[in-house]
Design a protein around this ligand. Sequence first.
Ligand code: FPP
Length: 246
Amino acid sequence: MSDHHLSAVPEHVAIIMDGNGRWAKQRGLPRTMGHRKGVESVRDIVRAAGDAHIKYLTLFAFSSENWRRPESEITDLMGLLRTFIRRDLADLHRENVRIRIIGDRENLRGDLLPLLLEAEETTRANTALTLVIAFNYGSRDEIARVAARLAADVAAGRMRPEDIDAEAINARLDTAGIPDPDLIIRTSGEERLSNFLLWQAAYSELMFVPEYWPDFNRDLFFKALEKYAARDRRFGGLSKTLVAGS
Ligand code: FPP
């Protein structure tokens, strides 16, 4: 990797889909309706990402902290993902989309895990967009699971402590094989990462947009991509303009 380049189309965009609840509240609707409308935004943005020739789109659908929500909302979010996979898998497969799931696969309810595995398996060889769904995902949890695996590898004599480097960690993350996000977008005006891709976000451009997720659409997404294209990413090196002028 060169130590800087002018950004054009990001290879990997990750999105924190925030504001479903507030969108609903604003309209006097139950929170559930916000999540439902949010699934429509998911459909739009998946297509828009494909059209923009983005290679990886990661969506934060359920965090490991979301278990603190009322039981009915948890059931609803699990149900929405289940319905999304059931209804959209055939279309996504036809559109050559590959699906990857990241997050802890323990504690998923009923038929959800087999369904997610089926979606990954069916679309494994697809070559257009890779849609990464972060479900029951928390970055610290992911990193702790990596640490446990490294400890097990060392204890079993498969590696030495001094062999542990960034590459060894990358290879054991849920995102192994997926390039780091170039751009992370969070909707709804909140400006934080909330335990999302902390390791992977080391050099990501961050963008915070005021719209609630159910109002986020193709136009706003393309606007974000335009803004990204104007940013100068340096990866710890010098700006191209500075180098040219020196
Ligand atoms: C944040 O809004 C959104 C979530 C916690 C869930 C996002 C899930 C979906 C859009 C549906 C399922 C996903 C897929 C991929 C089909 P919030 O409830 O935190 O909103 P608030 O901050 O306004 O309360």
